[in-house]
Design a protein around this ligand. Structure first.
Ligand SMILES: [Zn+2]
Length: 438
């Protein structure tokens, strides 16, 4: 037994000593003896009763106040709860707004990128198509060689010799473009910063979009530059024939071009702070690609080849010469090539057969209309293999070499007429070499 409980036991036994209660009635004295245990039990009962009474009284007296207090507490809790709900709702709305804003910005940005991409792809594809046609023609002319059939001697284009140096180095033009594009991208970033809540997310997206914009702009600029360079080269080649390229190439109309390529024509003057450089370049590049297309078509119909692709000998030039039959001086309106009998005589460019038959002096002769005022003539043939109104392409066979008409031996007499006036075919064959000897 611990010391503590034995102490308690001592206190209890002092408090509740065995007591006797005396009671007198009708002269008789009674007494009731109360043990300590009974006293403790009684005391507990009395105490419990007292506590219950106290509790009941307090409960009755303060019930009203307790109810009021509880009600107040409930109201406070309710208010807090609705406040939190409101906060949660606001947070949800904010996130929702953020999501919507980012989603909208993302969609708009993606639309922009995609529309530029489609435009770029369109142009690159169209240019590749034109380049392929030019390459095919180049290969054909290269195979035919120079007036005497000379084949290319080296891998470099002779064009380099007649092309002037570029006025502006390419690198500095690119850095100018880079600066311009960066300035435009900055406008977009400012707009994003004003949006506040969504700013951070949108800013990083705008940064990525700005990088892509720059790449697209540079790609476009390089297509533009290459196209302009090609046009320049081919115009110089046409110029070297003695016929002005302006007389042959119809300038393209800007407003029709982008539309013709399936893209919208964007008016760069409608500037509301959106990046417009791309569309300015897109319009210009589209115009250039259209011009390259016109140049290709012009070149395709320009007689830049010789009428023989087999081994031959250039025997007589254009101009005044001693007539081989009567020995008198006379004008020779074409050039002559000697080659074995029945060698194939071929068209020097695409066109339509205008005449196939016999003409006085020329013997069996074919004339081809190439458009743009150009007609070529192939004379003294032994056999004709095309009919009038037949369409021909470069190096299609029109007949076989012979000596019909006013001729002293097997050769082909070849003429080019521009607007019904004979011009020197040799300049055209040389021009063909300039472009295509590669
Ligand atoms: Zn001749």
């Amino acid at each position: 037994m611990s010391r503590r409980s034995s102490k308690m036991k001592r206190v209890l036994s002092r408090l509740f000593k065995e007591r006797q209660i005396y009671h007198r009635s009708d002269g008789v004295v009674h007494f009731i003896s109360m043990s300590a245990k009974t006293q403790i039990a009684l005391a507990v009962v009395v105490l419990a009763a007292a506590v219950w009474v106290a509790y009941s009284s307090v409960n009755v007296v303060f019930k009203e106040q307790i109810i009021v207090a509880k009600e107040r507490e409930r109201l406070v809790m309710q208010t807090n709860l609705s406040k939190r709900l409101h906060e949660a709702q606001k947070a949800y709305d904010d996130v929702n707004y953020l999501n919507n804003t980012i989603e909208r910005e993302f969609d708009e940005t993606m639309d922009d990128i995609w529309s530029r991409h489609r435009m770029l792809a369109n142009m690159v594809e169209r240019k590749a198509g034109i380049d392929q046609l030019l390459d095919t023609q180049a290969d054909g002319l290269s195979a035919a060689g120079g007036p005497n059939g000379q084949k290319p001697t080296n891998g470099n284009r002779i064009m380099i010799d007649i092309a002037p140096g570029e006025p502006t180095p390419r690198q500095s033009r690119m850095s100018v473009l880079r600066k311009e594009a960066a300035a435009e991208a900055a406008i977009d970033k400012q707009k994003a910063a004003e949006d506040g809540l969504a700013a951070g997310a949108i800013e990083s997206m705008e940064e990525a979009a700005a990088d892509l914009y720059l790449e697209q702009l540079l790609l476009l600029a390089s297509v533009e530059e290459k196209t302009a360079k090609e046009i320049d080269e081919f115009r110089r080649v046409i110029d070297s024939t003695g016929v002005s390229p302006d007389a042959l190439i119809t300038p393209a109309k800007i407003s029709n071009i982008v539309l013709a390529q399936g893209g919208p024509f964007i008016n760069p003057t409608n500037d509301d702070g959106e990046p417009v450089k791309f569309f300015q370049h897109a319009n210009r590049t589209a115009a250039l690609i259209d011009e390259l297309n016109a140049v290709e078509s012009t070149l395709n119909h320009l007689p830049l080849s010789s009428p023989l692709t087999v081994a031959r000998r250039y025997t007589s030039g254009f101009g005044i010469r001693r007539d081989p039959i009567n020995g008198r001086h006379s004008s020779h309106y074409g050039i002559d090539f000697a080659a074995p009998w029945a060698s194939p005589v071929t068209a020097t460019a695409a066109g339509v057969v205008k005449f196939a038959g016999t003409r006085s002096g020329f013997g069996r002769v074919v004339e081809i209309d190439h458009g743009n005022g150009f007609v070529t003539r192939y004379a003294h043939m032994s056999r004709i293999t095309v009919k009038a109104r037949q369409k021909v392409n470069l190096h299609d066979k029109v007949g076989e070499l012979g000596s019909s008409g006013r001729s002293t031996g097997p050769h082909v007499h070849y003429e080019i007429m521009f607007k019904k006036r004979p011009i020197n075919p040799r300049r055209f064959i040389e021009a063909g070499r300039y472009v295509f000897e590669s």
